[in-house]
Each structure stands twice: as C-alpha cells, then as structure tokens.
Design a protein around this ligand. Structure first.
Ligand code: GTP
Ligand code: MG
Length: 308
C-alpha cells in the first residue's frame, strides 16, 4: 500500500499544524524499531539482538497538538539470503523509501557493512531530506570516538543532516524529533488523532509472541518460524488468544516446546505479560506449534500467513 493513499481525517487542527511520513530504513540490527518505539514513547515494533527481526512495514503514529508524525518501520535491507521471505522483506523496505516526506537512515557507529552500501544505493535515488543517524553511540567510551566514523560516512554520502545518537537516550530522541519536525509539511492530520498504528491488534499480538521466540530460541531458529493468531475474542475485560507457531522442521518443533514444555511456557508467560500491557486487559494465551515445511520460501504459504 502506498502510505500517502491512507485515509485523511476530518478533525480540525491548529493553523501551523504539521504532519507527514518518516521512513526509518537501514540494514538489519542497527536499531530502527528500538528508535521508533522510543520516538513514539510506546512499544509497538518488536526488537531483538538478532538481525532480521522486523519482517513487515508498520506505521507508528505520534500525535500532539502541534504535529502528527507517522514513522514507517521497515525490515532491514539485507543480502546473502534469497528465500521468498527475504525478497518480501527487502521489497517492503525499498518501496517505502520512494514515498515519504523524510527519511531516517540508521547506521551503527563503527560498523559500516556491504548491506549499508546496499541501502545507500536506494537512498541516492530519492530527493526528500535524508537524516543519516549514527546509532548506538552509548557504546563509545567518549563521544569523540564517533568522529572517524562520521568522516567515513561523509565521504560516501552527504545527507541533509548527520545525527549521531543513542536510541536509548531521551535527550537524543527529543532532539531528533525536533529535527524531523522541521522537514514536515504544514498540513492537517493524516490519521485520526487517536490512531497509534495502521496495524490491527491481532497483528501486534502475533508480533509480540514472535519477539519472545526470537529472543529466547537458538541462533538458527527464528528465521524459520512465524506466528498466526487463530482465536482472538474479547469477553468483558478478558482477551482469549490462541496462536499457532509455524516452524520449518519437526526438530525445530521440539526446540520451541523445550524440555517438558518449559520453553513454550516461558515464551507464553512473557508474551502474555507484554500483550496485557498493550491491550490493557487480562489475557488468556494458548500457544501451539505446527510444522509447515518450506513456508518461508513458498510464496503461497507466505501470502496465507500474511506476507503479502
Ligand atoms: N547499545 C545500544 N543498543 C541499541 C541501541 N538501539 C538499539 N540497540 C539494540 O540493537 C539491537 C537491534 O535493535 P532493533 O531495534 O531490533 O534493530 P532493527 O534495526 O529494527 O533490526 P531489524 O528489524 O532486524 O532490521 C537490539 O538488541 C537493541 O536493544 C542503542 O542506541 N544502543
Ligand atoms: Mg526492526
């Protein structure tokens, strides 16, 4: 979907109100989803220490009396993997770049890779302002240490702004928000003021479960699993959720379930807590594991699992 074709709100706003779409792009694992959650002050997009955590484009919307910022989180642009799911993810990211008001391009201080160069190829084709963010500077002993990396990236590309930051530092995210605001057009709301995302509750819930799987399971597994919500029913202040975890092989099913079901139990408990925080109601969560061989390289299976 073209982000600019989304519904326009009829609510009235101040005369100088600004709004717009801000794409957050970069290679996997640089901190895009972490930064977006911090910018909007709410956890919407899942994060983990593994690359290729985000698989779908997702809008995270921050509305105040003065502006509405629609951040578009994207999968990390990556190389070296050619399954159907990888091309789906790369397409979701690169197509977003074409149609937004501002681009936040994230890199990680001290770590320029071939995948960053791939992102650069996409970025050079656009004409909107590009803020090149150098993330994770909290890892440096002194902020001076950012200078050689700043030099290196400046030789490759001259962005509209170069912005070193740590996604975890409130002062940094506040300053970045002010910078983004300068580039947004004066216009009214794009979404109703109370919207926080374009995605359904069901989608976010499936993602929260996938996040716990990614964080707890062995190295090679997370790429081969996905989550589908089968039941999502509200009874008063209780949400009944049943979700199926699809894995690629029978051996992976055993890993997800763990010894006497211990892993699935841990994942279920952690996921339930974060879902309760998001939905603001009590949750009854049931998880199942099913083998669906080859799903991540099968276009039809991908579409049936929501990768369309
Ligand atoms: N030290 C440090 N770690 C960070 C910072 N921002 C993000 N991280 C960590 O970097 C890892 C990756 O973060 P994500 O937000 O999932 O990265 P991403 O770019 O969305 O990754 P993909 O969705 O895989 O493309 C996580 O372990 C984060 O906690 C930061 O400013 N400093
Ligand atoms: Mg992400």
């Amino acid at each position: 979907m073209n982000p600019k074709q989304l519904k326009t709100s009829n609510e009235t706003t101040k005369p100088n109100f600004k709004s717009g779409f801000i794409a957050v792009v970069g290679r996997p694992n640089v901190g895009k989803s972490t930064l977006i959650n911090e910018l909007i002050g709410q956890k919407l997009s899942i994060t983990s220490h593994r690359p290729q955590t985000t698989r779908h484009r997702i809008h995270a919307i921050d509305t105040t009396d003065d502006y509405q910022m629609v951040f578009v989180d994207t999968p990390g642009i990556h190389m070296g993997n050619s399954k159907a799911i990888n091309s789906y993810m790369n397409r979701a990211a690169s197509s977003t770049i074409a149609d937004v008001d501002v681009i936040l391009w994230l890199t990680e201080v001290g770590k320029w890779t071939k995948e960053d160069s791939r992102v650069l190829e996409h970025i050079t084709r656009v004409e909107v302002p590009v803020i090149l963010c150098i993330n994770k500077i909290d890892k440096l002993k002194s902020t001076q240490e950012v200078l050689p990396f700043l030099d290196k990236v400046s030789q490759k590309y001259q962005p509209t702004d170069l912005f070193p930051l740590s996604a975890f530092k409130k002062n940094d995210t506040r300053a970045l928000r002010q910078l983004v605001l300068q580039y947004l057009p004066k216009q009214t709301l794009i979404f109703d003021a109370d919207y926080i995302t374009d995605r359904s509750e069901k989608f976010i819930v499936a993602e929260f479960i996938r996040e716990k799987l990614m964080r707890h399971l062995e190295d090679e597994l997370p790429y081969d699993l996905t989550v589908e919500i089968e039941q999502f029913e509200q009874e008063g202040n209780l949400q009944r959720i049943s979700a199926r975890i699809f894995v690629d092989k029978a051996s992976q099913k055993n890993i997800v379930i763990g010894n006497k079901g211990s892993m699935l139990k841990l994942i279920g408990t952690e996921a339930r807590k974060s879902i309760e925080g998001f939905l603001d109601r009590k949750v009854f969560l049931k998880l199942w594991v099913k083998v669906k061989q080859g799903w991540s390289d099968d276009k039809r299976a991908l579409a049936s699992l929501g990768y369309d």
